[in-house]
Design a protein around this ligand. Structure first.
Ligand code: NAD
Length: 347
């Protein structure tokens, strides 16, 4: 991607944040704290949200007009508005010459995502999607454990992301929570799934699924399942990776010991003459816990966005990455509505 804006010397990038609801203030705080950013303008339609931001950051310029934000001298816009608004607002920002960070998922359908990718490439601007977990040091550790071969051949993975709430009205739980797990799985495996199927239930609000079970078939016979729910008594954020040599559990709710590597496995005997001699050998080795940096993943994500603007580097979670996740969510939704059919992922 040819990003023409600026040199690689550290200079402040002037940033505007659109949307100051639940997630926007976390972006604002990070851009406010990062020395490379000038957190200049915040835009929200709601006056109460702007007042809240004014109390926290009295020097930040506030507006309820998106046009005013786009006409200002900010170089970059971070968008944290509801999903159904992402395409329209991101496209306006790209057409106004701004680099754009859009919260996950990139858009509400793949046509919109393709359009944003093309618009960013045509204009030579950075388009990044907020797949925050791709910047999580524990996820990075998981990726290295897989790519180094330490776990052996990867057999299957299980991801669980459940708790009580927050119920959404305009999107189902697949679009709300599964972008995290789908982006993590693709990032740590370095592969795109071939098919996805999904089953689920809409128990609280009619036609809005609040529970879903996704099955993703990756190349090389790697199987993954993802359980997402807004309707569970316990908060669970866990991914298990089972390999031929070792197994790993990543528990994001754990304060410090987020990754545990189990030297456990099952081996076939090299040969056996009779059925009586046939014994699988079970390995129960050490459990190790690597030290994981406690730095906030969103801080790393925001810093990466600024670095990409300055250097022209393609963001790790760029528009194409966002498009792939949206295609998988779309296929999962088709399957959900068709009773769990296996849906091929369009590349
Ligand atoms: N990366 C993560 O872990 C994470 C976590 C939570 C939410 N998110 C994402 O962040 C985005 C926002 O979610 P949220 O929970 O903060 O939503 P929210 O409803 O709490 O906040 C959205 C805000 O956007 C404002 N808004 C909407 N349209 C606008 C417009 N045209 N101009 C100006 N302001 C406008 C609303 O007034 C509201 O204050 C979603 O895409 C969501 O998926 C990401």
């Amino acid at each position: 991607m040819a990003i023409q804006n600026g040199s690689s010397a550290t200079r402040q990038v002037k940033v505007g944040v659109l949307g100051a609801g639940y997630w926007g203030p976390k972006l604002i705080r990070n851009f406010q704290e990062i020395p490379d950013a000038d957190m200049a303008v915040v835009c929200d339609l709601r006056k109460d949200r702007l007042s809240h931001i004014q109390e926290l950051y009295p020097t930040v310029r506030l507006t309820s007009s998106y046009h005013e934000l786009l006409e200002s001298d900010v170089e970059a816009v971070a968008i944290a508005t509801p999903i159904l608004t992402h395409h329209k607002l991101a496209k306006q920002a790209l057409n106004a010459g701004k680099h754009v960070l859009v919260e996950k998922p990139l858009t509400a359908n793949s046509e919109e995502a393709e359009d944003l990718v093309q618009t960013a490439e045509r204009n030579g601007l950075a388009l990044m999607v907020g797949h925050t977990f791709e910047y999580n040091p524990a996820v990075e550790c998981l990726r290295k454990l897989i790519s180094s071969g330490e776990l052996g051949r990867i057999y299957y993975l299980n991801a669980t992301r459940v708790n009580l709430g927050i119920f959404q009205r305009d999107i189902n739980v697949v679009w709300d929570l599964a972008p995290h797990d789908v982006s993590i799985l693709m990032y740590i495996l370095g592969m795109i799934p071939v098919t996805v199927s999904a089953r689920g239930g809409a128990y609280v609000q009619p036609k809005v699924h609040d529970v879903a079970y996704l099955t993703l078939q990756f190349p090389n016979d790697v199987l993954a399942d993802v359980r997402v729910s807004w309707l569970d008594p316990c908060k669970i954020r866990r991914i298990t990776v089972v390999g031929s040599k070792k197994m790993v559990v990543y528990d994001d709710v754990e304060a410090t010991e987020k990754i545990k590597i189990y030297d456990k496995g099952v081996d076939m005997p090299p040969y056996s003459d009779t059925l009586e001699e046939f014994h699988l050998s079970y390995r129960y080795g050490d459990i190790t816990t690597p030290a994981i940096s406690g730095v906030e993943p969103l801080r790393l994500e925001c810093q990466h966005f600024l670095d990409c603007i300055r250097t022209g580097e393609r963001p790790r979670s760029d528009g194409r990455d966002g498009l792939e996740v949206v295609r998988i969510l779309e296929a999962a939704t088709r399957s959900l509505l068709n009773g769990g059919t296996g849906e091929r992922i369009r590349l």
